[in-house]
Design a protein around this ligand. Structure first.
Ligand code: CTP
Length: 399
């Protein structure tokens, strides 16, 4: 709940501005007070009247509006909130923020504010992928600006890919996380979870038994401690965590792309059971039974997401955590895996059929770090998540 929280909502000029109306409604339903600011471009997409009617208060538009200055100066306006939310955050607004420009009311408020800022980027996929936008994004992350989205999908401009503004429910979750107290407040953490599905043809795929329960529990525990969590999940059966930004993917290659798109981050936790291979020549059409018997499948190696992110020269999260699913010699294999993949910690677990861990409610972890191996007693997956989240908070505080 957001009862009594004050949100300064800056609505930029993009087609996604219509979602800002729904966002205002949902924020108010949860008890937040919303002070809206509409940029000149934003007013091309939604009317000041609908914004102020939904917010139940006046909408601020101009820097040099003397009435506003008499009522409330722009400096005061910029600080009279618990959180500043920019939705949609256009490429232009992000560039202004990164440069520290103050040439209109929105940019001035963003420069003058001393409250946390959350942006929900929205733009065409090429604009999002442009090195200039990515540079600005890294600058903003370095300035402590929080981010939710963008998601991937079909866009209003007819193209497909990342750039679509996060849905109002995801923005609400990010707002709640940003306002939550806790030791991980202000930390951005990426979590992978669930199995991957590697297609054989349009109707068949190769998968594994991971339910995604441990990953979801970890994401929930991190969010409960105030972290901004990006949850990249394969097709899991466990419900996704509340309070996290959820990015659904199918294949290992999509999972890697989603993780790369979610960086920079303070930590990354790789709980997904990623398929090691994909079918190299997945069929475009459904394979038919043939006289010659079963078709031969040719496999190609999937990228190792944990090893790729651990090995980044630029932008490696300061804490990278992997899991090791083993069925024998758990500690020896996991120790070797930590060295091979270059991550900081490995949480090793025994996934042999006798252990009942895969798909079950409990887990038994050995934490392998630079300092050696530490056995945790058998406990619920929620308890493992809580313990890990506490350890992550401790480690990031010391970093
Ligand atoms: N992992 C990954 N990308 C892959 C394979 C694994 O990110 N393509 C991550 C998993 O999320 C986990 C860790 O690597 O955090 C170890 O996964 P595991 O399946 O135990 O290891 P493998 O790399 O598959 O090694 P092996 O087959 O030798 O057990």
């Amino acid at each position: 709940m957001l009862a009594g929280k004050r949100i300064l909502l800056i609505i930029g000029g993009g087609i996604a501005a219509f979602k800002a109306l729904e966002l205002i409604r949902r924020l108010r339903e949860r008890g937040a007070a919303v002070t809206p600011v509409l940029t000149r471009a934003g007013a091309e997409f939604v009317t000041p009247l609908s914004v102020s009617a939904l917010a139940g208060r006046k909408v601020y538009q101009d820097l040099f509006d003397l009435t506003d200055e008499a009522e409330m100066g722009h400096i005061e306006l910029s600080r009279s909130a618990d959180l500043v939310v920019v939705a949609p955050a256009t490429a232009d607004l992000m560039a202004k923020m990164a440069q520290g420009l103050a040439d209109d009311l929105a940019a001035t408020l963003l420069l003058a504010t001393d409250t946390p800022v959350l942006i929900a980027p929205a733009m065409n996929v090429r604009m999002w992928q442009h090195p200039a936008t990515q540079r600005n994004l890294a600058t903003l992350a370095g300035d402590g600006i929080r981010r939710v989205g963008p998601g991937a999908g079909d866009m209003a401009c007819g193209e497909h890919g990342p750039g679509r503004m996060a849905e109002p429910a995801e923005i609400i979750a990010a707002v709640e996380a940003a306002l939550a107290g806790g030791p991980l407040r202000g930390r951005r953490i990426v979590v992978t979870s669930g199995p991957t599905h590697e297609p054989i043809d349009p109707v068949r795929y190769i998968a594994n038994r991971s339910s995604g329960a441990q990953g979801a529990a970890i994401a929930r525990a991190l969010a409960a401690r105030g972290a901004e969590v990006v949850f990249v999940t394969g097709p899991a059966t466990a419900p996704p965590p509340e309070g996290a930004e959820v990015i659904p993917v199918e294949t290992a290659r999509e999972m890697l792309a989603a993780v790369e798109g979610a960086l920079p981050a303070d930590a990354a936790i790789f709980a997904a059971a990623v398929a090691d291979w994909h079918v190299a020549d997945a069929a475009q059409n459904k394979l038919k039974k043939t006289q010659g018997g079963m078709p031969a499948l040719h496999f190609a190696e999937n990228p190792d997401i944990l090893a790729t992110i651990s090995g980044l020269q630029n932008g490696r999260p300061p804490l990278v955590v992997g899991f090791a699913a083993e069925t024998e010699d758990v500690v020896a294999h996991a120790t070797a895996k930590r060295a091979r993949k270059g991550c900081d910690w490995i949480l090793a677990n025994d996934v042999s059929a006798e252990s009942g861990i895969m798909g079950g409610a409990e887990n038994r972890i050995t934490l392998i770090s630079e300092g050696g191996a530490e056995d945790w007693p058998r406990m619920s997956k929620d308890a493992v998540a809580a313990r890990l989240a506490d350890r992550v908070a401790e480690a990031l505080d010391q970093a």
